[in-house]
Design a protein around this ligand. Structure first.
Ligand SMILES: [Zn+2]
Length: 366
């Protein structure tokens, strides 16, 4: 492979086990790497909020500049015992575990590019590199990331799309929890005295549209549990669900409709209801007029890629950062089939995404 060093950095990262909230081993590995380059990485205080065994790892290059290059340190699935297979055109696992390239490819290309520009003494911009925790579980790392005032933009190396593609817009998601409080009673001796919370849930569910309910909106009831025994009228039923939409107002509108149905069905039968909802992540839309959008089109052109802007229905650190006023886009890194045992990356894609990182770091040659 053309970039042996890049592969070496990636393979050493893949071997490290670091699930969400347990990112310290990979954070320490990156810390050593950056120290060896005479940089001064530091941890923020986000672990207090995230519950992780480490903070986010941040490192200024020069004065830190006005943009960040970012990847997340956690993997969604364990990588213990991972046995990478280096094939002619791609890198895969041996099929018994994930490969862990979501998001170790993102970390590897940032570290590789940084090492290369520093060792070769290229003329580079000022910028900040950043490695977050808890992306896979809650986005809590980026939600609580310590961001310097001078940072305005963030290039995230974390989309499973091929290099060239970039996510400029993503849906938001709100999750909700419903508790129906009926009344327990003996099912044979006194069923009339009971209030059946499962029956109320069933009536409500029959009126709620699920799945794709519009162009940009989905609804899912993900879990349901209730009752205590076959001979007891079920007192309590608990449901959880989520609403996703590209439009902020639509999420609240759909949630309000769902709540009304549960309230009506519970009240009709004399049951109590507790309904809670909260944002998982908010939607964002980076417009073609914004600086970061123009920047990435320029960079893609320089490395010979055709830019492909994509709207996504999944959340990422880009949702947290855009929600916090930082322009952020998520770049396709070609880590395909993420979280599955057939996860793979084409060698050509790995090299291409590293070229994007290099281009972002180097000063424009006039
Ligand atoms: Zn990821």
């Amino acid at each position: 492979m053309k970039q042996k060093r890049l592969l070496e950095i990636l393979l050493s990262l893949i071997k490290i086990e670091a699930l969400s909230q347990h990112e310290k081993p990979v954070a320490d590995h990156i810390l050593d790497f950056l120290h060896a380059l005479n940089l001064k990485p530091y941890f923020d205080k986000s672990s207090i909020q995230t519950g992780s065994d480490t903070g986010n790892l941040i490192c200024k290059v020069g004065n830190g500049g006005d943009f960040m290059l970012l990847a997340h340190m956690d993997t969604a699935q364990p990588t213990v015992g991972v046995n990478p297979q280096i094939l002619a055109d791609r890198i895969t696992s041996d099929g018994t575990t994930v490969l862990g390239i979501d998001n170790r490819v993102g970390i590897a290309v940032i570290l590789f590019a940084l090492e290369k520009v520093l060792l070769e003494k290229n003329v580079i911009k000022d910028f900040t590199v950043c490695f977050t925790t808890c992306e896979e579980s809650t986005l809590a790392g980026s939600l609580n990331l310590e961001i310097a005032d001078h940072i305005k933009k963030c290039f995230i190396f974390d989309s499973s799309l091929r290099p060239g593609a970039f996510i400029y817009s993503s849906c938001g998601a709100k999750k909700f929890t419903v508790t129906i409080k009926g009344l327990a009673s003996h099912s044979g001796l006194a069923p009339e005295k009971g209030i059946n919370s499962i029956a109320i849930a069933a009536c409500a569910l029959s009126q709620i549209r699920q799945g794709r309910i519009g162009d940009k909106t989905t609804v899912n009831i993900g879990t349901i549990s209730g009752g205590s025994a076959v001979n007891v009228v079920p007192e309590k039923t608990l449901l959880t669900g989520e609403v996703r939409s590209a439009e902020l107002g639509m999420v609240d509108e759909v949630i309000a409709g769902i709540k009304t149905i549960f309230l009506k069905e519970s009240a009709t039968r004399g049951a109590g209801l507790d309904f809670k909802d909260e944002w998982d992540f908010k939607p964002y839309n980076v417009t073609p007029e914004s600086e970061i959008y123009k920047d990435i089109l320029t960079v893609m052109g320089k490395v010979g890629l055709t830019p492909v802007p994509v709207a996504s229905l999944a959340g990422s650190d880009a949702n947290s950062l855009n929600g916090r006023g930082i322009q952020a886009i998520n770049l396709g890194i070609g880590a395909q089939n993420p979280h599955a045992n057939d996860e793979f990356i084409l060698k050509a894609d790995l090299i291409k995404i590293s070229e994007i990182a290099l281009e972002l770091m180097q000063k424009q040659r006039s």
